[in-house]
Ligand binder design. Sequence first.
Ligand SMILES: NC(=O)c1ccc[n+]([C@@H]2O[C@H](COP(=O)([O-])OP(=O)(O)OC[C@H]3O[C@@H](n4cnc5c(N)ncnc54)[C@H](OP(=O)(O)O)[C@@H]3O)[C@@H](O)[C@H]2O)c1
Length: 258
Amino acid sequence: MKAQLPNRILITGASNGLGAALARHYAAPGRTLILWGRDHQRLHAVATGCREAGAQVAVRSLDLSDSTAAIAAIEQEDEAGAIELALLVAGMGDTQAPGDLVEDAAQVARLGLVNFVAAAAMAAALANRMARRGDGRIVLVGSAAGFHALPFAAAYAGSKAGIAQFAQALRLGVKRHGVQVTLVSPGFIDTPAGRKAPGPRPFSLQPSDAAARIARAVARGQAHAIFPWPFILLRWLDRLLPRMLRDRLMLALTPPGD
Ligand SMILES: NC(=O)c1ccc[n+]([C@@H]2O[C@H](COP(=O)([O-])OP(=O)(O)OC[C@H]3O[C@@H](n4cnc5c(N)ncnc54)[C@H](OP(=O)(O)O)[C@@H]3O)[C@@H](O)[C@H]2O)c1
């Protein structure tokens, strides 16, 4: 794998929150950014900022709940010019409405398609192409929520646990072919979706801070970046506690009204 900074970078979920912060982080003269989102207006606003920072920018509006279209689009982008770094950031947050016992089934299906199916399928399509040329980096965005059985966000926690396992397995499969796969598992980030999370949001990071931490993890070739550090401790706590205590802890975290 080439050690130099990547020049052709694809970012999904670039129209808002963490993806937009990553676009701003990587925007620089000599770079080409391919920014994906759904909301035209916000996507174009992010693109304009990145162009002002000297980057060349292309945008694409696409609903990632259509995974067939997502695979075709990522292959098309890579065909037009080898993607050196793909940051697969797009995702949906919790789906349970206050007062609901469980999440709405249709919403659970949609969240699974966006957070797991499309992200995993795009990563697979790209990893295959990168492995053939012996070079490339892929970042999959999980969440600290993926380490815990959150009763009020079962679909979200489940999708993030799934993408985490997928990322670790994909990394092992393509490592010897020059492809780097990094899983990032952030705690709370102060984005529009992050602000909707029920209950308190301790150790919340600004999107620019989270973007800088992800870029450092990519540059170091890290397999898994969990941040900020209290979420590393929480993950170990969850693993070490007996099930009865863990269940009690998860129920105690459930916001009142759920
Ligand atoms: N915020 C947190 O506290 C936090 C913590 C851990 C992990 N994460 C993860 O970080 C990632 C970014 O989250 P965020 O907080 O930045 O969320 P956000 O502000 O809501 O942004 C989400 C991005 O994903 C895109 N997106 C959502 N559904 C899509 C769909 N069906 N098709 C195409 N694009 C879609 C959105 O596009 P449009 O806006 O154009 O629709 C937007 O660009 C997610 O994977 C999330 O799970 C967030």
